[in-house]
Write a protein that binds this ligand. Structure first.
Ligand code: GLN
Length: 385
């Protein structure tokens, strides 16, 4: 008897597909989101030192206490929120695992979860694996703003959870204070839980402030807030992140975490605790990536791509209607094989893709040299067919 799939309509993630295609064709990879430069040499030396100091066996299941202590201080300093390092922070094997585990802690078979359309690709499948039903809430218009009245219309007795992602991947949009107030009202009125993907908390532009769930009295009590060291220190390959949630929720989170991951890489946790004790190590991150966004879009100004606003994350969307009538998947594949630059099509982020939408996502977490080279290649692209 063939195995009955829990995810019959799910294939391999678009990030894996496009990175493999980039490699196959030797294209510049602006698809999957990762920096092509290394973490601070000081941090790398701290990892080596931790290994040399024999920190090579299991870390505590919840994460290294020193690291959780540093994070509690960071959260208090940034968001004015007092969290218990002992009971309310867990170190995870990256943001994706934290999201999966948080969904597992909340979703019972038949429960509904609100997922904005488009969204990062792991939310809806996580819900399905646990027997829940993702409900797609379309984001309207060219600016992808949230219609909160419409969100509320989609809530029923089965709705348990809402996914929030700010700054948003792939849209590059960030929550406003007004969004937070609307979310507070809905969460309180309907007793919802929040899985809040805040992995780009430190990559936000043009003077905007990150609107964390942890800043809100109402939302911090109902949220699993999820973060990524990969984004914070340019080390996505380390796969280390963390989840912050009230003790009662974290207890359920850890019941699952302990039998799935158990504990996360110990030497990295020692190094991160030491490195992040100094806030100066990450306070310049927004400015650093804002410069890259501006450099890349400036270099690209003579191409047929029309950029959409990018308020945060290290991704920017571009409309390619002037260059091609192809659908976004075919366009991205052709651009990789013939144009020498890999991007991510937008449609895989949709439950209900929009017909005729011609948008791809560029990752600009690359050296200026790589960004300039990609722009140079794309200037030569007149038409993609
Ligand atoms: N977050 C990365 C992106 O959006 C991809 C991570 C992954 O490949 N799982 O490109």
């Amino acid at each position: 008897m063939p195995l009955r799939s829990k995810l019959p309509d799910t294939g391999t993630t678009i990030f894996t597909v496009m990175s493999a295609l980039a490699q196959k064709h030797g294209a510049i990879n602006l698809s999957q989101g990762f920096p092509n430069f290394d973490p601070d040499p000081r941090l790398r030396a701290m990892v080596t030192a931790a290994m040399e100091a024999s920190h090579n066996q299991y870390a505590p299941m919840q994460g290294l206490p020193e690291l959780r202590e540093v994070l509690a201080q960071k959260i208090l300093h940034l968001y004015g929120c007092q969290v218990s390092p002992e009971h309310e922070i867990t170190i995870t094997a990256g943001g994706t695992q934290a999201i999966f585990t948080a969904v597992g802690a909340v979703i019972q078979p038949g429960d509904e979860a609100l997922v904005f359309d488009p969204s990062y690709d792991c939310y809806a499948p996580s819900v399905r694996v646990f027997g829940g039903i993702p409900k797609a809430i379309p984001l309207h218009g060219p600016d992808f703003r949230i219609d909160w009245a419409f969100v509320e219309k989609n809530i029923n007795a089965k709705t348990r959870l809402i996914f929030i992602n700010t700054p948003h991947n792939p849209l590059g949009r960030a929550f406003t204070e007004q969004d937070i107030r609307s979310l507070e009202r809905i969460v309180a009125a309907h007793d919802l839980y929040v899985v809040s993907d805040e992995v780009y908390e430190h990559i936000i532009f043009d003077g905007l402030q990150h609107q964390s769930m942890l800043k809100s009295e109402v939302l911090s009590k109902k949220s699993f807030a999820i973060y990524s060291f990969g984004k914070l220190v340019h080390a996505t390959g380390w796969k280390v992140g963390y989840c912050v949630a009230p003790a009662e929720l974290m207890m359920e989170f850890r019941k699952i975490h302990q039998f799935n991951v158990f504990a996360v890489n110990r030497p990295m946790q020692h190094a991160l605790a030491e490195y992040l004790g100094n806030a100066a190590t990450y306070s310049g991150l927004s400015a650093f990536f804002e410069k890259k966004r501006d450099y890349f879009t400036e270099q690209m100004s003579d191409t047929g791509f029309h950029f959409l606003p990018c308020e945060g994350s290290y991704f920017v969307l571009a409309d390619y209607s002037a260059l091609s009538d192809l659908d976004d998947m075919t366009f991205a594949q052709t651009l990789t094989s013939q144009g020498g630059v890999a991007t991510i099509p937008l449609s895989p982020f949709y439950a209900n893709p929009i017909k005729g939408q011609r948008i791809v996502r560029f990752c600009f977490a690359k050296t200026d040299e790589t960004l300039a080279k990609a722009a140079e290649l794309l200037k030569g692209v007149q038409r993609v067919e």
